[in-house]
Design a protein around this ligand. Structure first.
Ligand SMILES: *Cc1c(COP(=O)(O)O)cnc(C)c1O
Length: 456
């Protein structure tokens, strides 16, 4: 049987899902509601309208609708690069000498180089359908800004991107791609917003952070008629749009009579992982199957493994609604030493709830071991992984090596979220030995926790 499984299992265009899957509908206990920071009460759809376009505000709060139809225009865009391949890592398995069967869902085969396009297209579509003229967003490593720039140019929308200063300086080509698609890109914090100016005044040499960039983008959205804010992770709507990753994976695995024992994904804000695991988490919740689900995060930004499960702001200037999440505190400043993405201070409320209720595990891995895994993977599978994705590779390899010891023939599925061609500075640091590992002390984490709002 296993001999007949090809290296790449391709679905057809008709297999692109017609609807996104909303895991919240099947969760026995829902996550705690998003709160309006002014009233302390659960936020209403209307209260989200100044920030998000209406259809997306609705999706954000929709806990009930199990399947949400994918608009035809969005599905048509998906056809340019989906379905994405499910790959069998035969060569990596051989190199490791493991009896485990390793599969990965490869989301890097589009220009943005990551899964982020799946949600960018949806968010741009709804904004256009509502008659908006433009969108504002932040980007960290740059993949989200690139995906949004592509989607906005396709639908004819203006895009303003606040790019975290340290990435802006490290990755000039990311900015050039966004500009090629017509976006306006600022280094964040910038002097174009009140929140940016306030941070520059108190800390002129700041590296910036996703939280700061979000504050700037939200400010632009709420102070400009015809503009709204879009976010590439964390939110319920984003996990919804990413559910196609999981739905396609299930379908491809069914074709070859497989089902994973372990599902592994890297987790920054939780969108690729939330999308990949949605159908598998549902099987667990509904008692149909019991795969292990593992979130992998960097030790330098350990939201799940060392964070608190608490209400927190989604940004640094404390302007957004409050969400109950595993968080390091909205004042958390990630170390500049950390090379890739996965630097956001908190985790998706949906995944936080799954983790809290024991449906999911989490591990934190060190940067140099991540690049060791990335390099091994690249050599044997020929794809140069994004550093973010390589976190999942690290844990996959660790699980596969455990199988080698026990002789268990487990089936592992992991999310290969993107390619790393813009991260060659980090690869070069790894190769020349100058990359270091940063493990924050409790004292390092304290200012972040001290910034948590006092709620309930
Ligand atoms: C943004 C990104 C991630 C992390 O974001 P999530 O929302 O946690 O999925 C992972 N991999 C790549 C390639 C990314 O661009």
């Amino acid at each position: 049987m296993s001999k007949s499984i090809p290296h790449r299992i391709y679905l057809s265009e008709d297999d692109i899902p017609k609807a996104w899957y909303n895991l919240r509908a099947d969760m026995k206990e829902k996550h705690d509601p998003m709160l309006n920071p002014g009233t302390g009460k659960p936020i209403t759809e209307e209260e989200l309208y100044p920030v998000f376009c209406k259809a997306l505000a609705h999706q954000e709060l929709d806990q009930e609708t199990r399947f949400i139809e994918i608009p035809e225009e969005v599905r048509n865009f998906y056809k340019i690069y989906r379905p994405s391949p499910l790959c069998r890592a035969y060569n990596l398995e051989k190199a490791l000498g493991t009896p485990a069967k390793i599969y990965y869902k490869f989301e890097g085969n589009n220009t943005s180089g990551s899964h982020k396009l799946n949600s960018a297209v949806a968010q741009a579509y709804y904004a256009k359908a509502e008659g908006l003229t433009g969108l504002a967003t932040e980007t960290g490593a740059g993949q989200w800004g690139t995906a949004m720039a592509e989607a906005c140019s396709y639908f004819g929308l203006d895009l303003t991107v606040y790019m975290v200063k340290v990435s802006y300086n490290q990755k000039p080509f990311r900015k050039a791609i966004m500009e090629t698609f017509g976006a306006t890109v600022y280094s964040s914090p910038s002097d174009t917003t009140n929140s940016g100016r306030a941070i520059l005044a108190s800390d002129p040499n700041t590296n910036g952070s996703l939280g700061i960039a979000i504050s700037e983008a939200v400010e632009v959205a709420v102070t400009n008629e015809g503009k709204r804010y879009v976010l590439g992770s964390v939110l319920n709507q984003v996990l919804l749009h990413q559910s196609g990753i999981g739905l396609e994976s299930v379908k491809a695995m069914e074709m070859i009579d497989e089902y994973p024992d372990i599902v592994i994904g890297c987790s920054g804000g939780g969108s690729n992982l939330g999308g990949l695991v949605a159908p598998f988490a549902a099987d667990k919740i509904l008692g149909k199957a019991n795969p292990r689900i593992i979130a992998v995060e960097p030790v330098s930004c350990p939201s799940f493994t060392r964070g608190k499960y608490a209400y927190d702001f989604c940004d640094t200037a404390k302007t957004t609604p409050l969400a109950k999440m595993y968080t390091l505190g909205c004042g958390f400043q990630p170390s500049a030493n950390h090379a890739g993405g996965l630097r956001y201070h908190a985790m998706s409320p949906i995944l936080s709830k799954l983790y809290h209720d024991g449906y999911m595990e989490a591990v934190a891995v060190e940067q140099t071991s991540v690049f060791e895994a990335a390099t091994l993977f690249a050599k044997h599978e020929t794809i140069l992984p994004a550093p973010e994705s390589a976190h999942a590779i690290r844990t996959t390899i660790d699980e596969a090596l455990k199988c080698k010891e026990t002789g268990e023939e487990k089936t592992i599925l992991f999310g290969l979220t993107g390619t790393g061609y813009f991260d060659m500075v980090a690869y070069a640091q790894y190769l020349d030995g100058s990359m270091t590992d940063y493990v924050p002390t409790d004292d390092d984490l304290k200012p972040g926790f001290d910034s948590l709002p006092q709620i309930g």
